[in-house]
Write a protein that binds this ligand. Structure first.
Ligand SMILES: Cc1cc2nc3c(=O)[nH]c(=O)nc-3n(C[C@H](O)[C@H](O)[C@H](O)COP(=O)(O)OP(=O)(O)OC[C@H]3O[C@@H](n4cnc5c(N)ncnc54)[C@H](O)[C@@H]3O)c2cc1C
Ligand code: FES
Length: 343
């Protein structure tokens, strides 16, 4: 498939490949099949031929056999708060009982869900990354940076949170890294601020399967938090943690040196848009063949490819829903962050 993306008027580039993050999962076919907007299937796009590259179970067949119904629509459910811990005035962690089945489903790095306080209306929903799972107990851990209305409302809740999920597109490009069976794959993770939450889940998932260097910019993240959620994994396997301020002008040089010396197979950037552009372009220059994954920083409101809040316009007048597609990190950087200047 070929897509052209327009970031700003007049800014047109090409995007070569795009996958649906839900294709072939228990949530496929989805709402987009009903309206003729499936990202993968030509027939479900209203065409009269089959021309997709999808190698999994035929989505069209599933849809027809299933009486043209969507599979397992995600619904709100109540999760009991097991405990909460306040780390500083801006940061709180919730441990929630979601049952073993759900905690198993959100083990995959890049998983996230929508959460709100029990009494709040659905427009208070916020996307939150899964930071840690405890499948034996059926618990998940969420870290919340308190900013404004939605997060402030959510943290008033002590007993029950309303959740909806699982959603899978929290990190663009993660599939190539997670699905890579190569033992001792060398991975560099860079996280800043609350990007440490999805980073902790990657450590939990890959500890023992890969050699990981993690650079943490601990802006507004307390030492105690890092000790609780990063160090348990560090103690177990090939994990090295370093602290750097991304704001520091010398940091790019240090990262370039690290990349050149360690020749990483994969780089994961869990940072704001500015640093995705800055460091993403550095990775493309220094390690052009490495897999690159980047946090999905688009505004995500429904997560289903419906509301359009995460849309990026295409040059042919269409749009791509960044909540629903899975792009390679290098392609995302090349298309949407290519103008960021490396200082
Ligand atoms: C996939 C994903 C995973 C996330 N994981 C976490 C997490 O683990 N912990 C955490 O604290 N935060 C996480 N966030 C960000 C979190 O959803 C926002 O901080 C929250 O919605 C802010 O709401 P607010 O009303 O408090 O602040 P607002 O003032 O509304 O927003 C504060 C900032 O958050 C951005 N924002 C607001 N709504 C959204 C939205 N629906 N999607 C994305 N960004 C938004 C705003 O543009 C602004 O930059 C995640 C966002 C995404 C997209
Ligand atoms: S968040 Fe609604 S379409 Fe992507």
């Amino acid at each position: 498939m070929n897509y052209s993306i327009v970031k700003e008027p007049g800014h047109v580039t090409n995007l070569e490949s795009m996958n649906c993050v839900d294709a072939g999962t228990e949530n496929c076919p989805c709402y987009l099949a009903l309206t003729g907007d499936c990202l993968i299937c030509n027939r479900l796009q209203g065409k009269d031929y089959c021309g997709c590259n999808w190698a999994g179970v035929c989505i069209y067949n599933e849809f027809i056999q299933g009486n043209k119904r969507i599979n397992n629509p995600r619904r709100d459910f109540e999760a009991k708060v097991i405990r909460r811990k306040i780390y500083n005035e801006n940061l709180i962690v919730y441990v929630l009982d979601v049952g073993k089945g759900f905690s198993m489903k959100v083990k995959r790095p890049g998983s996230y869900l929508f959460a709100r306080a029990k009494g709040a209306r659905s427009f208070y929903d916020i996307p939150l990354s899964i930071m840690k799972t405890d499948v034996e107990q059926g618990y998940i851990y969420l870290a919340i940076k308190i900013i404004s209305s939605k997060t402030k409302t959510l943290i008033q809740e002590n007993d029950i949170l309303m959740l909806r999920g699982p959603y899978r597109s929290g990190i663009h490009g993660i599939s190539a890294i997670i699905d890579n069976k190569a033992k001792d794959q060398k991975i560099l993770i860079v996280s800043k601020g609350i990007g440490i939450a999805p980073g902790a889940l990657i450590l939990q998932s890959l500890a023992g399967r890969a050699s990981i260097d993690m650079i943490i910019d601990a802006e507004k993240i307390s030492e105690e938090f890092i000790k609780d959620f990063i160090y348990p994994e560090k103690d177990t396997e090939n994990i090295d943690i370093q602290y750097m301020s991304l704001y520091d002008k010398e940091t790019n040089k240090k990262l370039e040196y690290l990349m050149q010396n360690n020749n990483y197979d994969s780089i994961i950037l869990l940072v704001s848009d500015y640093y995705i552009g800055n460091l993403g372009n550095l990775v493309r220059r220094v390690l052009p063949t490495a897999n690159l994954a980047v946090s999905n920083n688009f505004h995500i409101c429904c997560g289903e490819g419906l509301c359009g809040s995460c849309s990026v316009d295409t040059s042919n007048g269409g749009s791509i829903k960044m909540c629903k597609c899975q792009l390679k990190g290098e392609e995302l950087v090349k298309n949407l962050y290519q103008n960021t200047i490396i200082e």
